[in-house]
Design a binder for this molecule. Sequence first.
Ligand SMILES: Cc1ncc(COP(=O)(O)O)c(C=O)c1O
Length: 328
Amino acid sequence: MSRIFSNITELIGKTPLVRLNRLEKEYGLNAEIVVKLEFFNPTQNVKERIALSMVEGAEERGDLKPGGTIIDLSSGNTSISLAAVAAAKGYKFHAYLQDSASNENKQILKAFGADYETIFTNPRLFELVAEYGGDAMKAFGKLLEEGSVALNAFATNQMESLDNPKAHYRTTGPEIWEDTDGKIDFFVTGAGTGGTILGAGGYLKEKNPEIQIVAYQPGVNSRPFENQAPEQPELLGVHPISGVPFIAPLLRDKGKLWDELIDVEAPDAYDAARAAAKHEGILVGESSGAALYTAIQLAKRPENAGKRIVALLADSGVHYLSTPLFEL
Ligand SMILES: Cc1ncc(COP(=O)(O)O)c(C=O)c1O
């Protein structure tokens, strides 16, 4: 029987779970660390799930016409995933990129035929931030709204789209549940838009309320905006989830979606990502490093001996080769 897919979007999701046996030994851990490798998605990151879900949602609602233009704002991953989905479906894509997006991601965007502008050089953003009393998230939303009028485009708006958590509720969560046969004690994830924690975390909690959702966020020295020093490392893609003005719109009014929140500084995340590469042959990015660092902290607690911790590793380290994470 032939096994030929009709386009690349059919290969999104169904990413594997892998147990980190060697890392457990290296750190002397008595709990099981299992990672979900989102770099198995065609654009090597978790965001391809929501890119497809947001584009198909727009198609179903008639918001996106054949050959139309899509826009969105991201630190890089959502943009390259939307650019790939757009290319595969015949749309144009224009990205509003955070300036911290890596060169690799900018090159990939160009390869997919997309274009981009970096937002922190856009004076309109600063006017909007002032207008909204410092609420950056509101300013981003308005910038997109204005961009969609100017470019006659559909803004997928990952920060607010319900098709974002829906993708995780329909795919990421069930995949973890099924691939572990429901044997999972902790789920570790971060929050950028909040889509993963809301959709996958929400699904797992529904299946078994005993599962502990542990969220990581950048520690106080690794937060963009609050800590503007250019030499200061930040954790790309992950935002603080316990403070204003960073509460992602999707998480507003949702109550507490996590059982524990752990602060991770960038150097600790980098060390964990480098350890995964060195001891497991798994090359991941910095938010994945933060997820791993968090999982290791949980695994070190004596009361967690014998428990299973599943950490979602959001993207590939290949996209960070020119950044401090893996530069020579
Ligand atoms: C590398 C990376 N890790 C984690 C996240 C967080 O995922 P979510 O937006 O579903 O909260 C993002 C995106 O925001 C990301 O790009």
